[in-house]
Design a binder for this molecule. Sequence first.
Ligand SMILES: Nc1nc2c(c(=O)[nH]1)N[C@H]1C(S)=C(S)[C@@H](COP(=O)(O)OP(=O)(O)OC[C@H]3O[C@@H](n4cnc5c(=O)[nH]c(N)nc54)[C@H](O)[C@@H]3O)O[C@H]1N2
Ligand SMILES: Nc1nc2c(c(=O)[nH]1)N[C@H]1C(S)=C(S)[C@@H](COP(=O)(O)OP(=O)(O)OC[C@H]3O[C@@H](n4cnc5c(=O)[nH]c(N)nc54)[C@H](O)[C@@H]3O)O[C@H]1N2
Ligand code: SF4
Ligand SMILES: [Mo]
Length: 735
Amino acid sequence: MAFKVTRRKFLQTASIAAASVPLSKVATAKAGVAKSPFTAPGSFAETKTAVGGICEMCFWRCQLVGKIRDNKLVKLEGNPKSIDNGTSICARGNSGIKLLYDPDRLKYPMKNVGERGKPKWKRISWKEALDECGDKLNAAVKKYSARTIAMFPHGSSAKYPMHYFEHTVGTPNVSEASFFQCRGVRDYSWLSTIGTGPGENVDMANAKVIFGLGCHFGENVHVSHAKRYLKGLENGAKLVIVDPRFSASAAKADIWVKIKPGTDTAFVLGIMNYMVANGKYNKKFVEDHGVGFAEFKDAIKDWSLAKTAKECDVPEAQIKEVAELLGANAPNVSVHPGRFSSWHGNDFHRGRSLACLAGMLGAFGVPGGFVKGKGPKGFGKVKWPAGHEHHKALHREAGIFLQSPAGTPTDLIRDCAISGKPYPIKACVIWGQNPMQTIPKQENTIKMLKQMDFVMCVDVMPTDITMYADILLPESSYLERFDYIKKGTQWDFSDKHQQFVSARMPMVRADFERRDQVYIVNELAKRMGHEKAIPVQTVEDMVDAMLKPAGLSIKKLIAEDGIHLQPGKDPYGVKEDFEVQFFNEELVEEGYAGAPTYVAVPDVPKGYMRLLSGRSPLHTFNRTQNNVWLNAGMPENPVWVNDKIASKMGIKSGDRVTMVNSEGIKSSSTSHALVTPGIREDCVFMAHGFGSKNPAMSVGKGAGMDDQELCSILVVDPETGCSGMRNNFVKLIKA
Ligand SMILES: Nc1nc2c(c(=O)[nH]1)N[C@H]1C(S)=C(S)[C@@H](COP(=O)(O)OP(=O)(O)OC[C@H]3O[C@@H](n4cnc5c(=O)[nH]c(N)nc54)[C@H](O)[C@@H]3O)O[C@H]1N2
Ligand SMILES: Nc1nc2c(c(=O)[nH]1)N[C@H]1C(S)=C(S)[C@@H](COP(=O)(O)OP(=O)(O)OC[C@H]3O[C@@H](n4cnc5c(=O)[nH]c(N)nc54)[C@H](O)[C@@H]3O)O[C@H]1N2
Ligand code: SF4
Ligand SMILES: [Mo]
């Protein structure tokens, strides 16, 4: 079927721009060491600037320069040459220094001589650690087969190991939380509507209306994206925010739709049906580019304003107001596709409905609409050669879900490991992911980890997942290593279209015994009989090999202040053969609904509230929990509770609270209540990633509550295998 998309295509991130200022010639990093003529402690005037930094406090990868004094990084700033984030970085980006110098950071290879989950650590040498990893992985592969290895990767340094385990070792059991617990369902749903994943490529800076469904810009922070959103508002765009909570974006909105959680697809269907009935859509675009519009119209015809209003618990007049506003401003509307999209297990249809709404408005290839910037091309890929084992992924063997190119749905791996069926999964490699706080139904994650013959983990910090490692390896951080390329284009922050290329370069030398990804994987490969397959010898070679086809190198990038700029292309316009599949026949052939369809979620049981989670501007999931600056700014995650409910319960803002869910699981920590009219009565909200349990986190342990711990009801999206994360019901308890 038509869903043949490579992982790389899915993993592309959007990236856009600001004004460009050339940097003066500066001292730079070379081969892992920032070479600067260092001076004695003193003023900032005595610092040197290192170029080539790329942030990874989250995955937007803003371009950085670092101020260095006495061999130490003392400040991070946006690279003035950046046409993406410009000189701006967010609070988390600034606090990268506190990750770099965190005394709790992993320093040496460690062996767990205690239990998984209750570790006792013994320092060992790299040779001992790698020998043991090699021996244990070899033993598992020999006893079972390559597919007995499960891998959980995230982040740029996990790409090289991920490719090794998938291609050369040959396991299909690779699962990224940033896909199956995040944006996978969005990408699939748009792919089956417009033939490509959407990224976050909406031209908000030039929009007349920005329509965000569960997008809370300002709390979710990706610098260049936030700039585009703010520029749109400055330019007078109207803002419609659909959210059960009065989020940072809702606070700026012209229309805030306080929707009942889980009913968003109905809301969008209601809008589209109104537009059809009243002729308020872009007929020319639909005629030129629409496929199956007649079947689609027929499928959504029951969604009257009255029915939609009842289902979504919002006023009829408001639905009409939104539909009129969108229709009147077509095609210059940003229908934001969202990012975190694994909500309720009915999410594929929400994604499809949003893509169809953009289609009805003709909001493609026009100012304000969906615009895919044309980035620089022709880069080399560093690839591991294919091994001899070719196993089909679990869902393909079983014939469930759409044909997924991007790894294997997480809970299939977990169930397979726990049951041993259809085959045993007995070894686990975790690289930059924290499945303990990332994947719903923690109980099963623990069961999976406990039944393994071997668990290895590569991380920078002690976190909840590292407690389950047998061997724990310390990686150099994003400020100490070479790494992947960030490339992209800009069109909306200046009149000149430009493209950029950068590659992550170290700003300081890695301390203690921290090592980079290429060293670690190559050493494993040597021990696993793949020495001849090793594609590059060092991480510098890897970056140079990737840059070479574009006529670039590390040296050239450094000479260009860390960022290469070149002329770009006009991003507007759509190809004649661009199609919006309002009704998708291929989906029908695969046994799914051809039109976006509303699937109701279970109602909140009496006495409970739905648990919602999201971002906070000062943290990135659990990965920033131990950061002293960010912890000082936001030491825990307040629990938003409706004022009427709180008053009945005698809870005031600031009171200590905890939660128990409908399956009897009680939170292992507490937080404080935030009593507000700005949330519906049927739900509570808290920021995700708090409540870590690892005692080695001297700052982050026990700070706030862990939402994942309470997500014990797992609902899987039937089209994509992504896990919904908003299906749990809780009672608030005074602590
Ligand atoms: N309940 C609930 N669950 C969610 C979400 C939610 O909102 N609520 N959000 C979902 C979303 S959107 C996403 S994207 C996923 C993210 O889920 P994850 O991929 O698990 O999250 P990360 O914070 O990227 O990864 C955490 C681990 O990476 C380690 N790490 C940080 N930097 C490095 C590095 O340079 N090298 C290595 N080797 N390790 C590093 C951290 O110390 C930490 O142990 O979670 C999803 N899960
Ligand atoms: N500061 C910061 N920024 C980040 C991240 C971070 O960790 N920290 N993570 C990044 C990543 S990986 C991702 S995926 C994005 C995620 O960013 P978003 O895609 O914006 O996703 P969430 O943060 O989960 O969004 C939560 C919003 O959805 C609302 N909501 C909950 N249930 C419903 C519902 O049923 N319907 C509707 N309409 N709304 C609902 C919540 O009240 C909340 O305001 O953020 C990115 N940016
Ligand atoms: S948005 Fe903030 S944390 Fe994310 S890459 Fe940019 S500066 Fe870093
Ligand atoms: Mo995400």
